[in-house]
Each structure stands twice: as C-alpha cells, then as structure tokens.
Design a protein around this ligand. Structure first.
Ligand SMILES: [Zn+2]
Length: 253
C-alpha cells in the first residue's frame, strides 16, 4: 500500500514527507483559493528531485463545468498552467474537482463543457500529466457528486481516458454508500487512480465536506481500511494534521 499525505508545508513538503515516512505527497502549486499563476519554489524543486512521488491538486476556484465564461475560461487557463507546473515537477497526476452548474442551469451543459475541455486538449495531443477527476460532497447540480452524475460525465469524457480520484468523505457525505464503492466506481470509470482516504465529521448524505481522522468520524474506520487495502491505487490522507501520523500508523498496522 502506497501512502501519502496532502502536505501542510507548502514551502518544504519534502521535509514533511520524510518526517512522516510517506511514499507520496499531494500539494497545490499555488494558493488554491486564488487565480494566481503557479511558481516552482525551491521546496517544489526539492521534492521533484527526490524519491517521493508528487500529486498536484488543482485549485479549488477552478470549475471547468461552469456555464459562466468568466469562470470557465480562467479555469481552463489555470488548469493548463497547473498541468504545466505538474509536468515540470514530474507529478504523476493532477486532481480536478468535478465542479457544478448553478441552480437554474442544466447539468447537461456542464457535462458538455467537460467534454469540450478534453476535445480542445486532444487537438494538442492531450494533457501532459493525467487528469484525475475527483468526486465532490455537495450541491444538487454537481458534475461528480452522485454516481449517476459521474456515469453521465463519463459517457461524455470517457473516450479521452481521464483518471478518477475517489474521496471517501465526499462519497459518504455526498450520499453514496461505501459498501462496495470500489466496484461501483470501477463499473463507471473502469479505473481508480487515487484514493483520498478521509473520514467525515458529518453524517451520511449531509452534503458537507469536513474531513476527519480515520478513527474519529462517522464512517467506520475498518471500512476505510478495507477500501485502502482493495483500491489498487495510492492513498492520500487529507485528514486533520494533528492526527495524520496516527492515521498513517493505523494503515500501516
Ligand atoms: Zn479530496
């Protein structure tokens, strides 16, 4: 089992990785709440040159499904920049949330925007680093909350070979049972490239996205352990920092 963390140390992720003894690290290449261009810092270079694998998590502000030009177009541009940085630092994948359309809008249009993203990129030979679509917890018009929505999305983008990142907290809080979840995802996407292994502070189908440490949320810890064991994909913990060492020990145990 390959275990990693989302780094708390944007400046020195390699130090944190070595301290925790993990195989891979997930990081943002720029402030995830802003539209700033990524900068390859010394800390990023150090981890790029090390034995630790890197996953890039794209910024939260990105919404490639949006019907609003002033969000969708900058999202595409920012994604391109972040993929370029991901390539520069040798990242194995770029995680991108499914995004959403607004209340009065047709989700099918959001799916079309996803397809256009891959179509445009295909003309340039595809993305330089694989894009891993992540399921999200909230919203009635999300592209990748409920698995029936993910199936519609995959009907549109599957031919371009995107990857999938399953977040256990998001699935649970989004209203998808975790029993048999790996098989249900694989039936839709054909693959799972990464697991975000998180417990949830909130109840099933709460639509809330608040991660908890593995043994302290509303999901049974052994259910999370089973998913980690059977995923056939690397694990990233996005759990609260104070308990992350204990989460790693729990999985290794
Ligand atoms: Zn996640």
């Amino acid at each position: 089992m390959r275990i990693g963390v989302h780094t708390r140390s944007a400046d020195q992720p390699l130090d944190e990785a070595r301290e925790l003894g993990v195989d891979l690290v997930q990081l943002f290449t720029t402030d995830p709440q802003k539209w700033n261009k990524p900068v390859v810092s010394d800390g990023l270079r150090a981890i790029a040159d090390s034995e630790v694998d890197v996953v890039v998590h794209s910024s939260y502000v990105l919404n490639v499904a949006s019907l609003n030009n002033r969000i969708r177009i900058p999202s595409r541009k920012a994604l391109a920049q972040q993929v370029e940085t991901a390539k520069e630092i040798g990242a194995i994948g770029v995680v991108l949330h499914g995004g959403h359309v607004r209340d009065s809008e047709d989700p099918e249009k959001g799916v079309e925007n996803w397809r256009k993203l891959f179509e445009r990129q295909a003309e340039e030979g595809g993305f330089a680093v694989p894009i891993w679509v992540e399921n999200t917890a909230g919203g009635d018009r999300a592209m990748a909350r409920r698995f029936d929505a993910i199936a519609r999305l995959w009907d549109a983008i599957g031919e371009f070979g995107p990857g999938f990142c399953l977040d256990t907290c998001h699935a649970w809080a989004g209203g998808e049972e975790l029993d048999g979840v790996l098989d249900r995802v694989r039936a839709i996407t054909g693959r799972i490239d990464l697991i975000h292994l998180n417990n949830s502070r909130d109840e099933f189908d709460s639509a809330r996205d608040r991660h908890a440490n593995l043994e302290s949320g509303t999901i049974k810890a052994d259910e999370l352990r089973d998913i980690a064991e059977n995923a056939g994909a690397p694990i990233i913990l996005e759990t609260p920092g104070e308990g992350v060492a204990a989460d790693i020990a729990y999985l290794r145990g």
